[in-house]
Ligand binder design. Structure first.
Ligand code: AMP
Length: 247
C-alpha cells in the first residue's frame, strides 16, 4: 500500500498515549518515516551534542524545548529524500506556534492527505503507563510492564526483545516530571487541537487498552480518505474547500 499521494500524519495525545507504538505500526503500513522529535532530542542528549546539551535543560524538567530549536530540526529532517512520500509526526507540533509553522512549510503545501489523529487517555492511565514504561535507547522500542512485557530479564534488568540492549526508564517518565508534562500538555496542546479541528483535519480516538484496536481505528480513518496516485476520485471525501483551507 505505497501508491498513495504524499501522506502526512500527525499523532497527538498526552504522554503515554501510545503514540510511539502506533507510529511504528503506521510507518510499516504506509511506508512513511516516523519522525519523533522526542527520539531525535534524546539521541542528541546521548551523543552530548550541542543540540542535546540545550534540549536536556528543558527535558529534565518536563518543559518544552524552545520552538526555534524544533523548527530547525524539523526543516532539516523533512528535507531528506525518504520524506518525499510523506511523514508521520509524533510529538510535533506541540503548540499552536509549531502548528502554524508546519502549516506554512513548503513541504506540506501540496499535500492532499493530511491527518491529525488524537489518541485520548485519562490522566490516571497516563501516570500508570509511564511509570511502567521501559525504553530501548538503541532501537527505540517501547515496552510496558503491564501490557507489553519484555521477554528477557538478566540480573533484574529487562532486555530489548529486538536488539538485546538493556532497557531503561526515561528520566522524564519519573512521576514528578510526568505531572509537569501533563500540565504542559494541557496548557499548550488544547489550543492546538482546536486549531486542527478548525481546519477540519482532526480525528479523535478514545483509547482502549488494546493497541491493536487503536491501530485498527487509525487505519480506518486514513483509508476512508486516502487519495492514491494517480488521482483516485471516488476516494475524495475530504472536501476540496477544506483542503484549500489547510494548504
Ligand atoms: P516525547 O518523547 O514526545 O514525550 O518528548 C519528550 C520531551 O522532549 C518533551 O517533554 C519535551 O521536553 C521535548 N520535546 C519533544 N518534542 C517537542 C516539541 N515538538 N516541542 C518542544 N519540545 C519537545
Amino acid at each position: 500500500m505505497t501508491n498513495h499521494k504524499k501522506l502526512i500524519i500527525i499523532l497527538l495525545g498526552p504522554p503515554g498515549a501510545g503514540k510511539g507504538t502506533q507510529a511504528k505500526l503506521i510507518e510499516d503500513r504506509y511506508n512513511i518515516p516516523h519522525i519523533s522529535t522526542g527520539d531525535i532530542l534524546r539521541d542528541a542528549i546521548l551523543k552530548n551534542s550541542a543540540l542535546g546539551k540545550k534540549a536536556n535543560f528543558y527535558m529534565q524538567k518536563g518543559d518544552l524545548v524552545p520552538d526555534n530549536i524544533i523548527f530547525d530540526l524539523i526543516e532539516n529532517r523533512v528535507d531528506q529524500p525518504e520524506c518525499k512520500n510523506g511523514v508521520l509526526f509524533d510529538g510535533f507540533p506541540r503548540n499552536v506556534r509549531q502548528a502554524k509553522m508546519l502549516q506554512n512549510m513548503d513541504y506540506i503545501k501540496d499535500c492532499e492527505n493530511f491527518f491529525a489523529i488524537l489518541i485520548n487517555i485519562p490522566d490516571e492511565e497516563v501516570i500508570k503507563r509511564l511509570s511502567n514504561r521501559r525504553y530501548c535507547p538503541k532501537c527505540k522500542s517501547i515496552y510496558n510492564l503491564i501490557h507489553k512485557i519484555p521477554k528477557r530479564k538478566v540480573n533484574g534488568v529487562y532486555l530489548c526483545d529486538y536488539c538485546g540492549t538493556e532497557l531503561i526508564i526515561r528520566d522524564d517518565d519519573k512521576v514528578e516530571t510526568v505531572k509537569n508534562r501533563l500540565k504542559v500538555y494541557y496548557d499548550s496542546a488544547e489550543p492546538m487541537i482546536d486549531f486542527f479541528r478548525n481546519l477540519s483535519v482532526l480525528h479523535i480516538i478514545e483509547d482502549t487498552v488494546l493497541q491493536e484496536d487503536v491501530f485498527h481505528e487509525i487505519t480506518k480513518i486514513i483509508e476512508e480518505e486516502l487519495i492514491y496516485e494517480p488521482s483516485d476520485r471516488h476516494k475524495l471525501s475530504f472536501a476540496s474547500s477544506e483542503r484549500q483551507k489547510w494548504s
